[in-house]
Design a protein around this ligand. Structure first.
Ligand code: GLN
Length: 307
C-alpha cells in the first residue's frame, strides 16, 4: 500500500510553497517527503525521509490541547469555542465580533488561549513560561518513547522575532479580558511549542493514543479520557486545517492537523496514526503533497471514518 502511495506522489514532490513568513522555515528543502504509519501493536511502516526532523508548528496544538484538558478540564471551553472558523489560521476578523473568544483551539488565537491556560497552571511561580514548555516536551518524549525530541531554538527565535500577527491576536484577546498572563509570557511558550522538531516516526508514535480512545495501546497509559479523545478528534475533523478543513474531510475523511512546517498528523480510529511531511503548502497552509499522500493511503486502506 505504501508503494502505491509513493508512486502516486512521486511526480508531485517539490510542489506547493514552503512557508516563509517565519524566516527560519523558508530554507527547508521543498523536495523532502516522509511518511510513517503507526499501528496499534506498535508496528511502524515508513516511507522516505521519515527519520528527518521537521518543525511541528501547529500540530503541537493537539498536544497542548490534550495537556490543557487534563490540567484545567472543561473550564477550557469557557474561553475558546469549538466551531470551525472558515478563516485562515492567523485571522483576527472574528475576534472582534465574538468578544475575544476564538472559534476553536486549533486556530492561532484559540491555541494561544490554550497555551495561556497551561502557563497559568504550570508557571504560576515562575517569571517565565518554561515549566509549561518542559511539561509538553516531557509528554511528547514519553509518548514517542524517545528522549531525543528537542525544540529548535532557531525556529522559536525566528517566530518570536517575526510574530507581530500572533502578538496582535494575543493583545486583542487581552483587551477582552481573555488572557490570564502577560502576553509575552504566554507567547514565549507558544513560540517554543510550535518549534518542537519531530520526525514522522516520532509524531505518529506519540499520537497513537488518539487512535485508541485516549489510551496508548503499547504502554497502556491513559493519556486523556475516552470521551475527551473523541472530542479532540471531533475538533480535528471540523477545524484541523482552518479554511481547508471541509475539503480535507471531503478528500481524506480522517481527523487531522496540519502545520506550516509541512507536517500533517492524521488519526484512523481503531487502526493507527499517520504522520506525513512535505514542506510545500497549499493556500491554507496544509502540506500539498502530504494531503495527496493521505488521500491515496485512505483509498488503499479504506480507513475513512465515513466508511
Ligand atoms: N507557529 C505558527 C504560527 O503561529 C503556526 C501556524 C501553523 O502551523 N498553521 O503562525
Amino acid at each position: 500500500m505504501l508503494n502505491a502511495v509513493e508512486q502516486a506522489v512521486a511526480p508531485e514532490i517539490g510542489t506547493g510553497k514552503v512557508a516563509d513568513y517565519i524566516p527560519a522555515l523558508a530554507s527547508v528543502d521543498p523536495r523532502k517527503f516522509g511518511l510513517a504509519v503507526a499501528l496499534s501493536d506498535g508496528r511502524m511502516e515508513t516511507l522516505g525521509d521519515s527519520d528527518e526532523a521537521f518543525s511541528m508548528q501547529s500540530i503541537s496544538k493537539i498536544f497542548t490541547l490534550s495537556l490543557a484538558l487534563k490540567a484545567v478540564g472543561d473550564r477550557l471551553w469557557d474561553r475558546v469555542g469549538r466551531e470551525p472558523s472558515g478563516s485562515p489560521f492567523n485571522s483576527i476578523v472574528q475576534l472582534e465580533n465574538e468578544q475575544g473568544i476564538p472559534r476553536n483551539p486549533l486556530i492561532n488565537a484559540g491555541a494561544i488561549v490554550t497555551t495561556d491556560h497551561l502557563v497559568e497552571h504550570y508557571c504560576a511561580d515562575s517569571d517565565g513560561a518554561e515549566p509549561a514548555v518542559v511539561e509538553l516536551l516531557t509528554m511528547l518524549r514519553r509518548l514517542a518513547q524517545d528522549d531525543t525530541i528537542q525544540i529548535d531554538s532557531a525556529v522559536a527565535l525566528s517566530e518570536a522575532e517575526s510574530g507581530s500577527r500572533n502578538r496582535a491576536l494575543a493583545h486583542f484577546m487581552a483587551a477582552f479580558g481573555n488572557m490570564a498572563n502577560p502576553v509575552e509570557k504566554t507567547l514565549a511558550a507558544y513560540f517554543r511549542h510550535c518549534a518542537v522538531a519531530v520526525t514522522c516516526r516520532q509524531l505518529a508514535r506519540a499520537a497513537l493514543f488518539l487512535a485508541h480512545g485516549g489510551r496508548d495501546p503499547v504502554t497502556g497509559e491513559q493519556v486523556v479520557t475516552r470521551q475527551r479523545c473523541r472530542r479532540i478528534l471531533a475538533v480535528m475533523m471540523s477545524s484541523g486545517h482552518y479554511d481547508n478543513s471541509g475539503d480535507f474531510a471531503y478528500r481524506i475523511g480522517l481527523p487531522g492537523k496540519s502545520g506550516v512546517g509541512g507536517g500533517i498528523l492524521a488519526v484512523a480510529p481503531g487502526q493507527g496514526t499517520i504522520a506525513v511531511w512535505s514542506p510545500g503548502l497549499n493556500r491554507a497552509g496544509t502540506s500539498r503533497v502530504g494531503s495527496l499522500a493521505l488521500g491515496e493511503l485512505v483509498r488503499q486502506t479504506g480507513w475513512s471514518v465515513f466508511g
